[in-house]
Design a protein around this ligand. Structure first.
Ligand code: NDP
Length: 452
């Protein structure tokens, strides 16, 4: 009789949990996964995937306008929010079904209910009340949108709600200057909603390269977004037709809908972590070592719940390393350096490696910075004013490339390939030796000259 019901119990069927559960099952382990919502997690159900569809939806509006400069004449063009929302939800449901199938096809058991810790080897499934035991437990419960505690905060929506709106408002006020605020401002503005983005700092996308932040702000304005800086909300008041938001400088903004995009937090409240001896940090994120092992030796955690680098592909890589550590021949720690990533603003942003400020802090004057900025060919004919910006940062005499930043159409696609170059430690000379592909936007990255 085995000591435990399962070899591995995974809490959370998002990107990290499903990959870990599937791989452990493929290695012959007896695996169960619990999920309180739809399988697929934030990325599939209320994040990356539906968000990208909304970005596509918003871009079609701009493309239709630009198409007229390319000889097309279009009459009676209309946008139907409900049609887009519903087709996105159909796709979300299809993908969520694939996530369940993948687990079951590989022999893992899926419990469609919430799980909480009873002790380090036992979880209680909260709907059925059933208790199950496992030798190892993986916490992969992700994060949830978070907002500051302000008066009237209950009137605001957060990112989870934005995908399911009954109808588009005429106007929206988005609070925040990060990924979600900046991406959704571009989405709503593109769908014809009068959009204000209010941020407490003086440049959007804190943590990104300063010049990239400057372009991000300019591009929001070109989309018609009214970006207000250096203000933080203190109160949201419901009025007859909408809301009035008061800010810490005394200013007020009236709007039909308030969207708080002020960050996310690990979804650990009420998980019973204290029953299992799992320690969390001051923000509630599970503390792990480089092997994703928690303070309880048989319990591991991957993905946003650990608040390391909160991106889907990172959760997947952490999950794969975890399975290798537990069931492979050698322990495996995922290397979090030089992760390429993208912000799906309009135009989008692709980044890998250090910002100029980070590079200067670490390497002083031993860096060289190359930049260019230009209006892409497609925009010139379409009479669009947004610019493409590129920055490449190298370090030392050999000029190893340590940072690349691109603002412009297709930059998320381009940065994926450039991520390989940075990870491989290529030098500026390697870039210079590479022949350009003409006429493209990406060719500029192999013809950059040093900033004078
Ligand atoms: P971010 O941390 O990116 O942004 C949060 C924003 O809210 C910041 O501008 C922050 O200001 C502001 N803020 C925080 N607290 C307050 C407050 N009390 N009052 C006013 N403003 C406040 O979080 P997001 O929710 O946008 O995204 C969460 C994470 O999800 C990201 O960090 C990213 O890892 C991931 N994500 C990735 C995407 C992608 O890869 N394309 C897309 C969406 C999300 P300040 O900057 O001053 O701290």
């Amino acid at each position: 009789m085995p000591k435990y019901d399962y070899d591995l119990f995974v809490i959370g069927a998002g990107s990290g949990g499903v990959r870990s559960g599937r791989m452990a099952a493929q290695k012959g382990k007896k695996v169960a996964v619990a999920e309180e919502s739809k399988p697929g997690g934030t990325c599939v159900v209320r994040g990356c995937v539906p968000k990208k569809y909304l970005v596509y939806g918003a871009e079609f509006g701009a493309s239709i306008k630009a198409a007229q400069k390319y000889g097309w004449s279009l009459d009676n063009v209309k946008f139907d929010w409900a049609a887009l929302r519903d087709s996105i939800q159909d796709e979300v449901n299809r993908l969520s079904g694939i996530y369940s199938d993948v687990l079951e096809r590989n022999g893992a058991t899926l419990y469609s209910e919430r799980a909480e810790f009873v002790d380090a080897h036992t979880v209680r499934l909260t709907t059925s009340g059933k208790e199950v035991t496992a030798k190892n437990i993986l916490i992969a419960v992700g994060g949830r949108p978070w907002m500051p505690d302000i008066k009237g905060g209950e009137h605001a929506i957060m990112s989870d709600d934005a995908f399911l709106l009954d109808e588009l408002p005429e106007s929206i006020l988005i609070i925040g200057g990060g990924y979600i605020a900046s991406e959704f401002a571009g989405i709503f503005a593109g769908m014809g909603v009068k959009t204000v983005q209010a941020y407490r700092g003086d440049a959007l996308l804190n943590g990104f390269d300063d010049e990239v932040r400057g372009y991000a702000g300019e591009h929001q304005k070109l989309l018609g977004i009214d970006v207000r800086y250096n203000i933080s909300p203190t109160e949201i008041k419901k009025t007859k037709g909408g809301y009035i938001v008061t800010f810490d400088d005394g200013s007020k903004i009236g709007t039909d809908l308030v969207f708080m995009a002020t960050g996310r937090k690990a979804h650990t409240p009420d998980l019973g972590l204290e029953n299992a001896g799992v320690k969390v940090d001051k923000n509630g994120a599970v503390i792990v070592d480089k092997y994703s092992q928690t303070s309880a030796k048989n319990i591991y955690a991957v993905g946003d719940v650990t608040d390391r680098v909160n991106l889907t592909p990172v959760a997947i890589r952490e999950g794969m390393a975890f399975v290798e550590t537990l069931y492979g021949e050698e322990k495996d720690a995922y290397d979090h350096s030089d992760i390429a990533s993208a912000v799906f603003t309009r135009p989008p942003i692709g980044v890998v490696g250090m910002s100029e400020a980070e590079a200067r802090k670490e390497h002083g004057d031993k860096i060289t910075v190359y930049t260019t900025s230009f209006r892409p060919m497609k925009n010139i004919l379409a009479d669009k004013q947004d610019k493409c910006f590129m920055k490449l940062i190298t370090q030392g005499k050999k000029e190893r490339v340590i940072g690349i930043h691109i603002v412009g159409d297709d930059s998320p696609e381009i940065i994926q390939a450039l991520g390989i170059c940075v990870k491989a430690g290529l030098t500026k000379a390697d870039f210079d030796r590479t022949c350009a592909v003409h006429p493209t936007l990406a060719e500029e990255i192999v013809t950059l000259k040093a900033k004078s």
